[in-house]
Design a protein around this ligand. Structure first.
Ligand code: GRF
Length: 204
């Protein structure tokens, strides 16, 4: 099996990165992480990649005068590493449209809600305020508008009485850690692909 070469973009804790690292340890997993890039020096996720022997880079947006030049530096580093697919895992910068076009249908993101509901930040607090009884998480292909794009996979998570944004975030995060490796497997193996603006194919 030829494994797809994956780049991962992070800004912080990197628990979703860890879930991908753990999944990719399986010899039968169709993807291999070849580079982790953080825009934040010292991000916890960088230590996770180091511990797994995965090359890392810090590319700080503060060192670039424009979003485009920052994004170009990221693409160059990814291409030097031979990355074929890109996964955002808690990456907290918006991308330029040219970056999104460059990685079109080769670029995944995970968001902690059932998209298209609750795009953006502070998801869990807004879910609680709205009185939702079910929330969840979504892995989708990246499009220029934030938290939109063809959906690869979703998982539902119950909202329980007494939940705070923190308890709900913890429950959703556990689902994220199962969903992201599953969704990446679907894409990397070629089991699913984008047709029009929908993801079609076989759920493994
Ligand atoms: C996750 O909840 C993810 O859905 C969101 O940012 C958080 C990142 O957490 N995009 P981690 O860095 O993967 O632990």
């Amino acid at each position: 099996m030829t494994k797809k070469r994956i780049g991962v973009l992070i800004s912080g804790r990197g628990s979703n990165l860890q879930a991908l690292i753990d999944a990719a340890e399986d010899p039968d997993y169709p993807a291999k992480i070849v580079l982790v890039i953080s825009n934040v020096a010292g991000a916890q996720g960088l230590a996770r990649a180091d511990a797994a022997g995965i090359p890392t880079l810090t590319i700080s947006h503060k060192d670039y005068s424009s979003r485009e030049s920052f994004d170009t530096a990221i693409t160059e580093a990814l291409e030097d590493a031979g990355a074929e697919l890109l996964c955002n895992a808690g990456f907290m910068r918006l991308h330029s449209e040219s970056f999104v076009r460059h990685w079109w249908n080769r670029h995944l993101n995970i968001h902690p809600s059932l998209l298209p509901d609750f795009k953006g930040l502070d998801t869990h607090a807004r879910v609680l305020e709205a009185g939702e009884k079910i929330t969840g998480c979504t892995v989708h292909f990246v499009r220029p508008e934030m938290d939109t794009g063809p959906i690869v996979a979703q998982a539902e998570v119950p909202v329980l009485p007494g939940d705070t944004p923190e308890t709900l975030a913890t429950r959703v995060l556990e689902a994220e850690h199962r969903l992201y490796p599953h969704a990446l497997r679907l894409v990397a193996s070629g089991a699913v692909h984008v047709e029009g603006e929908a993801v079609v194919g076989t759920a493994l």
